[in-house]
Design a binder for this molecule. Structure first.
Ligand SMILES: [Zn+2]
Ligand SMILES: [Zn+2]
Length: 636
């Protein structure tokens, strides 16, 4: 069905569902949504059933939007809002969602902003047209989120044009010639890093993830220059499972090379992806390395993001529908489920998954309406890859900390800014609160605080327990006074010289640059100190070398190589991992509903992929494959 046919169909349906008193001023296809514009937005708001009936009748996402003539310009609207709301409400942010005609007002005292029986809000609505929504300010303000919102406000018109272009493409007419479904491995197969998969059908070309291998100088990028992927302008869309650099690090590069289409991801993934990409540039510049893209390309990427929540099914091309489900790995991480054609084939790509409830997230989802092919990560798929239970890991960490502090030493924990840091923070806060370890300062260096702020802005993505603790009991572990933010070289140097025992969490997680390097240099030569790995160390990284017991390593200082002797104690606490261990991976497959016809391995060293594939085949009697990079498989 083409655009005009769809609009005709919408009009027909509207006549049967919507009372004639509601005036429809325009119907547009905007990205994956059918946008219906009206001057009677309130009547829709009061009647949820109409929207549901339209969405069901059309089998598409329907968005009801206020007629643009009703909305006053955002700068003026903001001035009006600040005039009407009393100062005591303490507004921390105001942001506009042009897609829905809503304006969100973040305030420290939401009650005062709303007014008696909503009187203040009604006044605002009358004056500016935008529908005001008051929300409590997140407990830790995030600079990233503020900047992204501010930026999006400057590109409202551009975005509307972009969404309409994409809408027309998604709903283009397609022929009923024989269809097919293929997968091409462009990176991250039989290896960890540079994850990138291409799904092609007769009508669509979808890229899933576009990561960078941070441990590699030469093979850092996926195979983007092969005929299957080129020209990038011909890709229909890019889908990002989660924000880590090995999945999203090179998204800006696609825009540098001429890609101009949408990126589908969850809202927290958009924000954290931008944070990590900016950090990636900063670290590269700091080390005098050439950067693959510039910050303008990060902004281009943000402009092209279309965010989807878990469970929202969305048309992303003329013959593919996408649904994200919780992957349990980091904030906003998703399993991408693709429904191709009208029931032709169903493929799910797990991204990185944790099939266990953690301190932060619920376990990965493994129930799908239909599923024929699953592509599963295999990081810990080897036959020896069992992790201790997370409670045992907390005990192990407790023991390590107590031993080190009793010797007057310091504990250094290299972490990814996103994911492990917050898990470790929660455990440390709990251990100190229960007096299981001495109350020493926990220093956070390099983006950790900012990533934590983003976590507190999206409480609906945290597990139920943590949400209750934060919002009903008012105990936010992230706000504990044990945490101290380190944000400049001077403080860092002072901390290195400070003789008192303490705990330091610093990025990067695999020691490929970042502030952790300064602490490493200062602390490695002293045997009183302890170094604790809590995350995966990829082949080729400095972290892996130290974990394997190197006595001396070479690092770069201002571009020059220097040698660092390692005397400190090195420990690994595996149970903090955001990845499933072998048992969890096998359970994930065993409990899959429905059982797929075939399972493909990715995101694991070759031996682990092969090992996991043969076990899954023997145990569950499904076809398994371990594609190599550049291999193409046909499913239908
Ligand atoms: Zn990850
Ligand atoms: Zn990964």
């Amino acid at each position: 069905m083409n655009t005009e046919d769809i609009i005709k169909e919408v009009k027909k349906l509207i006549k049967t569902i919507i009372p004639p008193s509601i005036e429809i001023t325009n119907i547009e296809l905007e990205g994956p949504d059918i946008a219906i514009y009206t001057k009677n937005i309130e009547e829709f708001a009061n009647n949820n059933d109409i929207v549901r009936q339209l969405a069901q009748g059309l089998r598409r996402r329907v968005a009801i939007r206020p007629d643009p003539s009703l909305l006053i310009e955002t700068d003026r609207a903001e001035t009006e809002i600040r005039e009407i709301i009393p100062n005591e409400a303490e507004i921390t942010d105001i942001y506009f969602s042009p897609d829905s005609g809503e304006v969100s007002i973040e305030a420290l005292s939401p009650g005062l902003a709303i007014g008696k029986h909503g009187s203040t809000l009604n006044e605002i609505k009358k004056r500016i047209g935008w529908a005001p929504k008051v929300v409590r300010s997140p407990p830790i303000p995030s600079k990233t989120i503020r900047e992204i919102r501010g930026y999006l406000r400057t590109v409202i018109d551009e975005r509307r044009t972009f969404l309409r272009r994409i809408g027309r493409k998604i709903y283009k007419d397609i022929s009923d010639e024989e269809n097919y479904v293929r997968l091409t491995a462009l990176g991250g197969y039989r290896e960890v890093g540079r994850s990138c998969t291409l799904i092609t059908t007769r009508h669509s070309k979808v890229m899933v993830d576009c990561g960078v291998n941070v441990g590699s100088e030469e093979n850092g990028s996926p195979y983007l220059n092969v005929p299957e992927a080129l020209p990038l302008e011909k890709l229909d869309c890019v889908v990002i499972t989660h924000a880590h650099l090995d999945h999203a690090g090179l998204v800006p590069l696609l825009f540098k090379y001429g890609y101009d289409g949408p990126i589908y991801l969850t809202p927290p993934t958009r924000d954290m992806m931008s944070l990590l990409q900016l950090d990636y540039l900063k670290v590269a510049v700091g080390e005098g390395r050439k950067t693959p893209f510039e910050s303008v390309h990060i902004r281009e990427a943000i402009k092209h993001c279309i965010t989807l929540r878990y469970g929202d099914t969305t048309d992303i091309t003329s013959d593919i529908r996408l649904t994200f489900q919780n992957a349990g790995h980091i904030l906003g991480s998703a399993i991408a489920h693709f429904h191709v054609g009208d029931g032709l084939h169903n493929v799910a790509i797990t991204g990185d998954i944790k099939y266990e409830k953690t301190w932060l997230f619920n376990a990965a989802v493994n129930k799908f309406p239909r599923l024929e092919t699953l592509i599963v990560e295999s990081t810990y798929g080897g036959h020896k890859d069992f992790q201790p239970h997370r409670k045992e890991s907390a005990q192990q960490l407790k023991r390590i900390i107590n031993q080190t502090i009793s010797k007057n030493g310091k504990i250094l924990i290299p972490v990814f800014a996103v994911g492990r840091s917050q898990e470790v923070m929660i455990v440390l806060e709990q251990l100190m609160r229960l007096n299981e370890i001495p109350k020493v300062k926990v220093y956070l260096d390099g983006m950790i605080m900012e990533a934590t702020a983003i976590h507190t802005a999206y409480p609906e993505y945290l597990n139920n327990q943590l949400r209750t603790q934060i919002f009903q009991r008012g105990e936010n572990p992230f706000l504990s006074d044990i945490f101290v933010h380190i944000d400049n070289a001077e403080k860092r140097e002072k901390l290195c010289d400070d003789p008192d025992p303490c705990i330091i969490l610093a990025t990067s997680g695999m020691l490929n640059g970042g502030p952790v390097m300064e602490y490493f240099k200062a602390m490695a030569p002293d045997k009183k100190n302890t170094f604790v790995f809590v995350g995966y160390q990829a082949e080729g990284t400095l972290g892996r070398k130290i974990q394997k017991g190197a006595k001396e390593v070479q690092i770069r200082e201002k571009g020059k190589p220097i040698n660092v002797g390692i005397k400190f104690n090195v420990e690994t606490c595996d149970g903090f991992s955001g990845h499933s261990d072998r048992k969890q991976l096998l359970n994930f497959i065993y409990n899959l509903n429905p059982k797929p016809e075939r399972v493909l391995m990715c995101h694991g060293e070759e031996s682990k992929c092969l090992d996991l594939a043969s076990t899954i085949h023997q145990k569950y009697n499904v076809e398994t494959r371990t594609p190599m990079n550049l291999e193409t498989l046909r499913f239908v």
